[in-house]
Every structure is written in structure tokens, then in C-alpha cells.
Design a protein around this ligand. Structure first.
Ligand SMILES: Nc1nc2c(ncn2[C@@H]2O[C@H](COP(=O)(O)OP(=O)(O)OP(=O)(O)O)[C@@H](O)[C@H]2O)c(=O)[nH]1
Ligand SMILES: [Mg+2]
Length: 158
């Protein structure tokens, strides 16, 4: 899950071999998409959600996403963030943690962030937030094998 237009569906397609629509405008995904990932002997259902700005269910997309979290209690929430807007997007991470859900934070669009001169101290961020952090440029597949490993490892520990 995450804000609109941050690359959630690109990541979903990578993990599941799915083909949900990806486009450069917010609100592309309007309904929940489900796919299967089999990796390391573990079979998982991966869910792609409509982009949301916060847990306050104002838009229909936010209502859909929030209901999914409460009713299905996912084993792990992959919060996808645009690395260029970390500060603006982090509050949703805290809301996910406050809801008692396990979180894996993915700073996507690292190609654009690097172009802006941004870099991230991942171990420091992980210590400060108490969650695992991945850097990714999902349109190039960078960081996604690592993301898949961490998702699988988390589920294997349950
Ligand atoms: N430069 C760059 N563009 C990316 C990256 N990941 C995704 N994109 C582009 O960002 C746009 C949005 O990607 P989507 O996967 O549709 O985003 P989404 O989060 O599913 O968006 P909604 O469904 O609207 O919530 C597309 O044009 C992607 O090609 C990345 O790492 N770097
Ligand atoms: Mg989408």
C-alpha cells in the first residue's frame, strides 16, 4: 500500500507476474488486485491496493484500502514510498504500525531521488523506525529481489 503514483502496481506485477495497469497518474488502481507469489517454497497472496493519502477514509479508494486492512489483517504491509517525499509519506507508516500491522518500508523511485542528490542511511533509518527498509527503483527491477526475499523471510518466521 501507499500513496497514489508511487509504483505499487509495478512492484505487484514483479512479485506476482501479474499485469495490472500501471500509469503515470494517481488513482490508476481503483480496486484491489490479488495475485499469487511462490518463492522459496512459500506460497503467498499478494494484494495491490488503490493509493491512499492517509487512513482517514475520505475517498472511496481510502475506504477500500482501510477495510482490507481491518478485515484481512495482512501478514505484512509493504508500504511503498516515493523516496523524494519521505517526510510527507512517513506518517502513513506510523499509522500502519499503530494499527498493529507488520511493516516493510520501501523507498521507491530511487533513480529520481539520486538525481536530486538525495541519499539514505538505511541502517540508521531502520534503527530509528524499528522496521526493515529497502531502497528500490522498481521500473528497473532494482531492489525488488531483495524485497521479495524479505517478504518471504518474514512470512517464513510466522
Ligand atoms: N522513475 C521511476 N518511475 C517509477 C518507478 N516506479 C514506478 N514508476 C512510474 O511511476 C508511475 C506510477 O506507477 P504505478 O505502479 O502505476 O503506481 P501506483 O502506486 O500503483 O499508483 P496508483 O495505482 O495510482 O495508486 C508509472 O509511470 C511508473 O512507470 C521508479 O522506481 N522510478
Ligand atoms: Mg496502482
Amino acid at each position: 500500500m501507499g500513496s497514489p503514483n508511487v509504483g505499487k502496481s509495478v512492484i505487484f506485477n514483479y512479485l506476482t507476474g501479474g499485469r495490472v495497469q500501471v500509469s503515470n497518474y494517481p488513482g490508476t488502481t481503483v480496486e484491489i488486485a490479488r495475485g499469487k507469489m511462490i518463492w522459496g517454497g512459500i506460497s503467498l497472496e499478494i494484494v495491490d491496493t488503490p493509493g491512499i493519502y492517509s487512513f482517514r477514509p475520505i475517498t472511496f479508494e481510502e475506504q477500500v484500502t482501510r477495510r482490507l486492512l481491518w478485515t484481512e489483517k495482512p501478514a505484512l504491509v509493504v508500504h511503498v514510498i516515493d523516496a523524494k517525499n519521505l517526510e510527507r509519506m512517513l506518517p502513513l507508516s506510523f499509522q500502519i504500525l499503530e494499527a498493529g500491522l507488520a511493516l516493510l518500508l520501501t523507498l521507491n523511485m530511487m533513480d529520481e531521488a539520486r538525481r536530486l542528490g538525495l541519499s539514505f542511511n538505511v541502517p540508521a533509518l531502520e534503527r530509528a523506525l524499528g522496521v526493515e527498509v529497502i531502497l528500490a527503483t522498481s521500473i528497473r527491477g532494482e531492489g525488488l529481489p531483495q524485497l521479495r526475499e524479505k517478504v518471504t523471510a518474514h512470512v517464513a518466521r510466522l
